[in-house]
Write a protein that binds this ligand. Sequence first.
Ligand code: ATP
Ligand code: MN
Length: 466
Amino acid sequence: MKITNRWKIKKVLQEGKDETDVLVKGWIRTRRDSKGGFSFIEINDGSCLKNLQVVTDHSMDGFEAASKKLHTGSCVGFIGKLVLSPGKEQSVELQANSIEVYGEADPEHYPLQKKHHSFEFLREIAHLRPRTNTFGAVMRVRNRLSYAIHNFFQDEGFVYLHTPIITANDCEGAGEIFQVTTLNPGSPPMLDGCVDYSQDFFGEKTGLTVSGQLEGEVFAMALSEIYTFGPTFRAENSNTSRHLSEFWMVEPEMAFYDLEDDMDLAESFLRYLLKDALENCSEDLEFFNKQIDKTILERHRKIVDNKFERISYSEAVQLLGKSNKKFKYSVKWGSNLQSEHERYISEEVFNNPVIIYDYPEEIKPFYMKINDNGKTVRAMDVLLPKLGEIIGGSQREDDYDVLLKRMKFKKLNSEDYNWYLDLRRFGSAPHSGFGLGFERLVQFVTGVENIRDVIPFPRTPKNARF
Ligand code: ATP
Ligand code: MN
């Protein structure tokens, strides 16, 4: 009998019937030998969390030659017959009648031998950690969330926009940019004591994008509603469990939306994504609920069913002032909220997602729309319990004169932003948008504590090799 169509293990476990002949391929997770001349081999191919149990009879053709290569980590293929499984762990198991070994994994050297390895240990072997239950589950959830993000926006009629990765614009004006250059770092061309960037590849100083927002605005002012979903780079030296140097950001930008509309969109977007994950990643989420955080399923269901809290920055400062909790950083009106403050508000005060809006003008970028009081801007942050900030957004300043004044006030060179000012000079419209940190979303959905463990290859200070 020759079978050439491989069945994925997910399909075998969902659709496999008694007596079906199948070919399966995957990596051995465990092997157990019984005295009666059988080996029980569990294989996984990443299509789902569960392994397929394969029963091999030691008298089977080719078993003896293969047997010494059948260890945890080896890659194999089996042809055989499915039989209803006596164990309640799985619906069917495979009774093998032929075997092929594609690649052996020497047990003396293959690092993934134990059932549980620490996240720290796995980070050291980023090229092998996809073969663990946890990392496989994280990546399947990450995949589903990306898909759901596109579904959400496509269903709403948003246009998916690819904004540039190399840019001469600094969106935040915060100087957290990775420079891109082909000049020789040892002896760059100099002019009047400074590096002469007119001789650089692009003829001016360029870097990797910190946000696609400004370019997004250009297209919102023509297509009405767009979103970006791409890599973003920040050279900030924050060694926290919520910051990466390279992360993926989702940035919708919408003409004719004010801050209210922006907050409504952010809220329905997050609720949609959690609902989608609960419906389509139930096996993996149940695994996280068991292994990582016993409250995530309940928390997600609650968020799907309830409205977010909304309070102004001034109210948030009052709440923090009234609290008896000792904070590392004290808060007064005008100061930035630290993550300890954000978590206190979303976790302890409300135990619910919270949107804080109307922030002091001084702590926010130039493009946010100033309120009539002249003191606050139409900014909003969405905070989640256990995580803190997941979304930052605002209504954009759409008045040419006000924007120009704000740029001067923030000491920006308005010459560099002529194209951005043009959007207000020609056919300006009220518009808004926000940025969602994709890895923070994956952290929240899976309950994984450290952001380094929800991206295939994390880039952090002093770490870009694997
Ligand atoms: P934070 O205060 O948490 O450092 P931020 O206010 O600097 O974030 P924004 O510029 O508002 O971040 O970016 C929008 C979103 O992108 C944030 O709400 C967050 O979810 C995500 N984000 C920002 N910086 C990072 C980072 N270094 N790594 C991962 N995600 C990030
Ligand atoms: Mn922010």
